[in-house]
Design a protein around this ligand. Structure first.
Ligand code: HEM
Length: 432
């Protein structure tokens, strides 16, 4: 790593959380923090135009944490000046320098902190395997095992890891289905059946992780609701108008999954387009493609429309596709439960007892992208619709039971493994 980038990375890991805590309690400490940041920034090349792309990405991660910390602290201290314009790197403002790094990173990164920089690049590489075969790999870009945070807490590390592992599992699940919805793999084939089962196994593993997280079953301890609401979320501050701070709704594979399975009764397209402004450009394109393709339910229904009577393979595909919709419903319910448990429910309790609440930069009564509990619930309801329910209802129940028992047996033998790896080592390996 270049010396200047290394120095900034080490400072972020070793000093940023404590300096933020100090600066939250004192305007003078905030001013000292901004001055020290300027001093460190002075070591960067005045123009990033010749900085290698990987170094730019590393800087986007570290300076992303700095930028949101500065904006939050300015809000807490009611500082009227636009802190990202008054903090400078050479003769460029922090805001412009960050935007130039984004261009020079050749990654399609937006000119403000993103889901990719906080999570995908920050957390070590995640690999997803099914029965030993690699299905998805999401690269981290730093050498060591440490994860950059604002708070220095285990809760924040656990949150970023959950998002990254969830995104990698979601990617593996979607990639298994993509060739079926695009028509590259015939929906009524053995390959389609094994892809449906693989995708199901990935989604189930993701759900189990969500549930374990909500139950506090991580060996590092229980995820702290207080840290989530009053610390981590408080850095979810937009850097400018129309810029959204990073949030779950910017996780591209979740949105692609909704396109693959469908979101009936919702005007979902515009909602997705609004989110893609804060994503990487390739992610926006991925979502456009996913939106243009038919849904899994449509493809399966179309393929079975003219095949009567159904042979065993067709019944198995129908049951497997029906059941993966059920798994998707359960995953959504687990997520909705988390959002309620970690934010909406405690927020209602807090708002009736405001004494002792710290000054907030971000309103806890809604999500970072502005979603209310009702909005998240509406999404969850849309995911309860199973388009294959009626098709299955028309089949003899003994045929369904037979196919389902074979599917369950096959699913029970599938093993999904998740590995977190940083340069040279596989650091942890968790089975689900
Ligand atoms: C593991 C990965 C996660 C992914 C991929 C994810 C993804 C999403 C998505 C796509 C939405 C939009 C609503 C929806 O589609 O239902 C959302 C909303 C939300 N999620 Fe998650 N989520 C994850 C984990 C969590 C966790 C752990 C929490 C709480 C600690 C949480 C809290 C919320 C909240 C509060 C909202 C409303 C969002 C807003 O307005 O910005 N999510 N999430």
């Amino acid at each position: 790593m270049d010396t200047y980038s290394e120095q900034i990375s080490r400072w972020t890991l070793d000093h940023l959380p404590a300096r933020i805590t100090e600066a939250l309690n004192s305007l003078a400490a905030f001013e000292r923090l901004a001055a020290d940041m300027s001093h460190l920034l002075a070591a960067l090349p005045a123009r990033p135009d010749h900085v290698p792309a990987l170094t730019c990405r590393r800087l986007l991660v570290n300076l992303g944490f700095w930028g949101s910390a500065l904006v939050r602290l300015a809000l807490v201290h009611s500082r009227a000046d636009a802190v990202l314009d008054s903090t400078t790197v050479g003769d460029l403002s922090f805001r412009h320098y960050y935007a130039r790094l984004a261009v020079q990173s050749a990654s399609g990164h937006p000119p403000w902190q993103s889901f990719a920089s906080i999570i995908t690049w920050n957390v070590p590489t995640v690999e997803i395997r099914l029965d030993g075969d690699l299905h998805s790999r999401s690269e981290g870009i730093f050498d060591g095992p440490r994860v950059r945070t604002w708070t220095g807490t285990a809760s924040e590390v656990m949150l970023w890891e959950l998002f990254k592992v969830g995104a990698a599992l979601g990617s593996a699940a979607n990639r298994s289905l993509d060739p079926i919805v695009s028509g590259v793999v015939s929906a009524l084939s053995e390959e389609s059946l094994s892809r449906l089962l693989a995708s199901h196994a990935f989604l189930r593993s993701f759900r189990q992780r969500m549930v374990n997280f909500a139950r506090g079953q991580d060996p590092r301890g229980e995820f702290s609701i207080d840290v989530f609401m009053n610390q981590i979320r408080q850095f979810g501050v937009p850097w400018q108008s129309r810029a959204e701070a990073p949030s779950g709704p910017h996780e591209v594979e979740s949105l692609a999954r909704d396109a693959i399975f469908g979101m009936p009764q919702l005007r979902h397209g515009q909602w997705v387009r609004d989110r893609s402004r804060s994503m990487m450009s390739a992610e926006g394109k991925r979502l456009e493609q996913a939106a243009d393709a038919p849904t899994l339910g449509e493809v399966i229904q179309r393929s079975t429309a003219k095949t009567r009577p159904f042979d065993d393979l067709t019944v198995s595909v129908l049951v497997a596709a029906h059941d993966i919709y059920e798994e998707r419903r359960k995953l959504s319910a687990a997520h909705y439960g988390i959002a309620r448990k970690m934010l909406y429910r405690p927020q209602r309790a807090q708002s009736s007892d405001r004494a002792g609440t710290p000054t907030l930069a971000v309103d806890n009564s809604q999500g970072i992208t502005g979603m209310s509990e009702h909005d998240v619930q509406r999404f969850d309801h849309a995911r309860r619709v199973n388009p294959l329910e009626n098709v299955l209802a028309a089949l003899p129940s003994d045929e369904i039971s037979h196919a389902r028992s074979l599917i369950q047996e096959s699913l029970s033998t599938h093993s999904v493994s998740v590995t977190l790896r940083h340069a040279g080592t596989a650091t942890s390996c968790a089975q689900a």
